[in-house]
Design a protein around this ligand. Sequence first.
Ligand code: ATR
Length: 288
Amino acid sequence: MRIANPVALHPTRPYGAILGLAPSKGARSPVLWRAAFAALGIEADFHPFDVAPLHLAQVVAALKADARFIGGAVAVPFKEDIISLLDEVDGPARAIGAANALWRTADGGLAGANTDGLAARDCLVEILGPLAGTRVQVLGLGGAGKAVAATLAAAGADILLWNRTQDKAEAYARHLSELGMMARAVGEPQPAAILVNATSVGFRADCAANDDLPVSSAYLDRLSQGALVFDVVYQPDRTALLRAAEARGLRTLGGRRMNLLQAAIAFRLCFADADGRIVAAAMEGASS
Ligand code: ATR
């Protein structure tokens, strides 16, 4: 397999993996999945696989052919490209056009699902309660942004879509409306009760500080007190956006909770019999 980082696969033990450009530099999935394996007494490993885009198809083919491979996670920038390489893709992942979770089908195929949107919705509901009618400005329409927008639209939120390249926002608004969901593309980010940053601005693979903001300071000044700023980025833990929002007295939510919830949902796609409470508790313990 064309993996850029050193990975020692056990000759027989099952393993899961996160596929990304550089998940070895701080992705949380290995820590979370290993904690769940330990809590459930499952003998398995979980590895970060750093994959160059040119090698994605080859790596996926090798994983399909490897009976030890259980499934796992897909990270930046492969959530969209991986769809066409899988044997099966569930409805939400197909509608969103991105998969972030992998699991084995009963006949040994490799399937993809999208657990990002569900995780984002669940962690917003934990803080705010039902989201119907709540205005949400989504920034960025990569895999994560599309998942968040579609899932929150399905929950009845009033979704505004902004992307650096506006065509993408307009095309996705049309796509959602064809699926019976409402979302509007906007040329500039608009004030909203929830701002979701799903761009990669603020991200640092090595978790070092990064001062980049996905919106202007003037935009943040226009948000009303009580607005929630949710950064899907979880590396670093407190992004410049969250720090800027806190400095203005706004409510904030970092990406770690969503990351934990998406991992817990994905784990149970691979291990349907696993007790969800044990999985969540183990992952929470590993995360704190
Ligand atoms: P993920 O899977 O985490 O969503 P992705 O698919 O690589 O990651 O998507 C990254 C998103 O961040 C895209 O919406 C991208 O905008 P483009 O579609 O115009 O490429 C957005 N993005 C990346 N860098 C950006 C920047 N400097 N300013 C604004 N948006 C940016």
